[in-house]
Design a protein. Sequence first.
Length: 391
Amino acid sequence: MTQTADQSRTFLDGIRRIAEDVAAPAADEVDREARFPHEALAALRAVGALSAYVPRSHGGEEMGFGEIASACFELSRACAAAGMVYAMHQIQVAAIVRHGAGSPFFDQYLADLVSGERLIASATSEVGVGGDLRSSIAAVTPDGADVVFEKQAPTISYGEHADDLLTTLRRSPDADRGDQVLVLTRGDEARLEQTSSWDSLGMRGTCSPGYVVRARITPEHVLPVPFAHIAAQTMVPVTHIVWAQVWLGIATAAYDRARAFVRGQARNMPGTVPPAATRLSSLAAELHTMRAEISTATDEYASMIESGADPDDLFTLGYAIRINALKISASERVALVCRDALEICGIAGYKNDTPFSVGRNLRDGLSATLMIANDRIHATNAALLLVHKAG
């Protein structure tokens, strides 16, 4: 990536304005009504933010991964739903940019993504695989010159509002569950039949019910790289990092409200330090630790993918263990920070109609450990640790 400091600053300044002026004012309504954050997505489209990661060779801004990650943080600090939708879209964009570019079909798609600011959702979860990203039941099935598939997905975030869809499938009907590919369907090429509702505790604006996905497409819609490589080199690390940035945004918003509450107490008690100030100091330290861990992981990944080295030499067992640990740590810390912010704000934080309310932040934060369940990630890391030789 070759963007200048001025280009990065301009991009992030625009994201902050959207977060503050568009996403934040609508956030409570988005949560209360469990509706899609239309205003924020329209504003992001208007400034070309959905395609910002696309290379200049395909018409995009070629923004760096660090800037994309920071945008997820800024949006989530204002509205977690808007931030999560943006983050999940960028996961799909990264997969296509890094593993589809060079294929005529996907080169054209990236150009269309830029011109149309298309929103991409993903169908990676599947009924019957127990939440295992690296396992599929549904398969790409040849049918004449075309291929067809049918997949039962328990959740597809913002599926109703997306323009396009990336779906994990077995390579063929006789392939093993772990022999997967990633398939793009555009517009109405996929038919989505809703099978459940989305009346959730938090992250309500992501609008993530279940669907049966059916499609008839041409073989060129299949990304040319096995999903095992896409997952290890792009989808897993990008997912864990941008999700962590979303959770950091949620935690920071809760901290901001706790800090404002304590400062208000201080103004009402001139010459004294409010009792809650000590707890605020502890909370600030916890948030600083969370931010440092996520920033380090973001910088490390950006450096790895921008170094030009062979990806197989970069994404080792040791790295897989570290990036999985990031997800576990960040997803647990966000709820702790929000809970402690609630303790500081007290009843003013518990109520939904005060400037210090952290109920939405806490409910959104509680989703973090469930998104690819931490128990599953612990099990994966346990297996990796048995064979990894620390160096």
